[in-house]
Design a protein around this ligand. Sequence first.
Ligand SMILES: Cc1cc2nc3c(=O)[nH]c(=O)nc-3n(C[C@H](O)[C@H](O)[C@H](O)COP(=O)(O)OP(=O)(O)OC[C@H]3O[C@@H](n4cnc5c(N)ncnc54)[C@H](O)[C@@H]3O)c2cc1C
Length: 490
Amino acid sequence: MNDVYDCIIVGGGPVGLWLSCELRLAGLRVVVIERRTHRINQSRALTIHGRTLEVLSLRGIEERFLAVGKPVRSGHYAVLDTRLDFDIFDSRFPYTLFIPQETTEALIEEFAFELGVEILRGAVAERIVCESDGVTVSGASEWPFELHARYVVGADGARSLVRSQTGIEFEGHSGNGAWFLGDVVLASPPDTPLVSAFNEHGCVLVAPLGDGAHYRIVVNEAEERGRTRQDAVTLEELRQATARILGSDFGAHSPLWLSRFDNETRLAKAYRRENIFLAGDAAHIHLPAGGQGMNVGIQDAMNLGWKLAAVAMGTAPAELLDTYESERLPVGVNLRDTTMAQSHLITAFSARGRALRGVFNDMLKVPAINAYFANQVSGFAVHYPDPLPGFAPPHSALVGSRIRDMPLRLSDGTDATLFSLLSKGQWLDLTISDGDKVERPDWLSSNSIVEATGVPTAHAATLGDIGALLIRPDGYVAQTALSTSMRGQS
Ligand SMILES: Cc1cc2nc3c(=O)[nH]c(=O)nc-3n(C[C@H](O)[C@H](O)[C@H](O)COP(=O)(O)OP(=O)(O)OC[C@H]3O[C@@H](n4cnc5c(N)ncnc54)[C@H](O)[C@@H]3O)c2cc1C
């Protein structure tokens, strides 16, 4: 079989689209199969967290999002009164950006088209067949097709066909608790943009949508009212529940979107089977507490993209692809557990439950605990401790951590930012003190690396006594070398 594509991505949501950009940037022949004829017009994911903004910035497109989103410098944990402080992040993005998912998808799709990604809309994948030299994906309904590629990625959401046909279990818990939301206009908006309330009647969150006109109201009522997930939400139901819990419905009217959801939580048992991979909601679903699902999914795609591209191009050993699961499955486990914990706390309406919330609320007043949860929700806490294939054991604690952006004065006298040197999706071998060099594995060819010598003109403390460092295409430090002058002193 002749491969037509290097990779077929099933699902053109934010995760599939971001992965397509990463693969195309590396020069792969990639196609996205998307069932919907048009992009979604629902706000769904409202927050892009700081680490995801760094991911967008690593490819030079963050300004497109910043221009239309609204930065919010704190977040909630289980709707507790003490908010998570995002100001503490050592990043250009010490906030979360409020921006509707439809806009996020439109902007990623725009980038995908600029890179030359092919997107087949209205095509429904129905069969995934593994063969000795690749995978065939076909669909007979609506827009019949049969495509072949060496690799397939299922970014096809919670009910993933790729996952089920590949036989990967989706272990977890079915949903309970009736959550509903409305994106509405408020005749009398609250004085503060973010409002939350939790009491014996239930829990409400009110937040601006970021478009200057609409607010999102999210509700979970303590009293069971006999509605199922399938029952349509009405504006009246939203207004009445909000008034019961908050004392006012802010004159909500003109709903853009009304929807019901629950806390069903599941995690794929494996992220890979042979040449088929899962990413995003196809691999993990949970209560959207803290606004994490899309963010974690985009970072799945960022982790998989450069690895898949390098192995497909023959510039990296096949074992590199195993590290997708070994690095990202633990992130999924953490996401599953922390959102289940939040789900439990958010529905702790009893007197004992409220007492437990009081204890948690007080704990969040301790700066170190607040920082721990803020880093976790925003994605900054992710760390990949194990060396990649062929790499020597880490030489410093920086290895495995994400590197922040910083301005550099290069040896030729020009200025650049560290992220701009990574914008083509290559590795960065950065020498800070002349003569220092990082040990690289044999397989890492110089064609895949940007080599630069330069000194940070700000944020140098991040690097400590490091004289050179090798940074992966996804912005995590792969290896470091102690500066020669420091070595001399030790
Ligand atoms: C109310 C709500 C609020 C949320 N808020 C946030 C938030 O603030 N922050 C956050 O990070 N996350 C949030 N999320 C979660 C976020 O919406 C999801 O995690 C995100 O959409 C996952 O992206 P994805 O690309 O993996 O999957 P999806 O967005 O589900 O995309 C999958 C795509 O695959 C397509 N598809 C499926 N099957 C096939 C097939 N057989 N053939 C072809 N195409 C197919 C679908 O049409 C779809 O376009 C929220 C979710 C909800 C419901």
